[in-house]
Design a protein around this ligand. Structure first.
Ligand SMILES: [Zn+2]
Length: 110
């Protein structure tokens, strides 16, 4: 449960973190659907892939090590999800039953 709320600037919340990617993907491997605790670059860094929400997915250790620096097309793999930048408020408050009215403007922002 959220015990303490630290107000942070909007942009800061969007910063990509390993934990943020795992949470966005519900700790589920984007390649095989099993439990994931690592993150993987869809386009490998060695091929110009960036540290962005759109290029990072949760991956299990097995898939992560099999994929290494290959492209999905080389492996014949497909992503089970489309990686995206999380909606800030929805992402932060998901799981809460009662959302404070103060969140409204963020929850309904596109
Ligand atoms: Zn996997």
């Amino acid at each position: 449960m959220l015990k303490r709320y630290v107000r942070r600037p909007y942009r800061d919340m969007q910063h990509v973190t390993r934990r943020g990617v795992l949470r966005r993907d519900s700790f589920t491997c984007a390649y095989c659907g099993k439990a994931a605790n690592t993150i993987d670059h869809v386009i490998p860094r060695s091929r110009g892939g960036q540290n962005t929400w759109e290029n990072l997915v949760a991956a299990c250790l097995h898939c992560n090590s099999r994929k290494a620096d290959k492209m999905l097309s080389q492996l014949g793999w497909q992503l089970r999800i489309t990686p995206h930048r999380p909606r800030v408020a929805g992402h932060l408050v998901s799981g809460l039953q009662h959302v404070d009215a103060a969140w409204d403007e963020y929850l309904h922002a596109s």
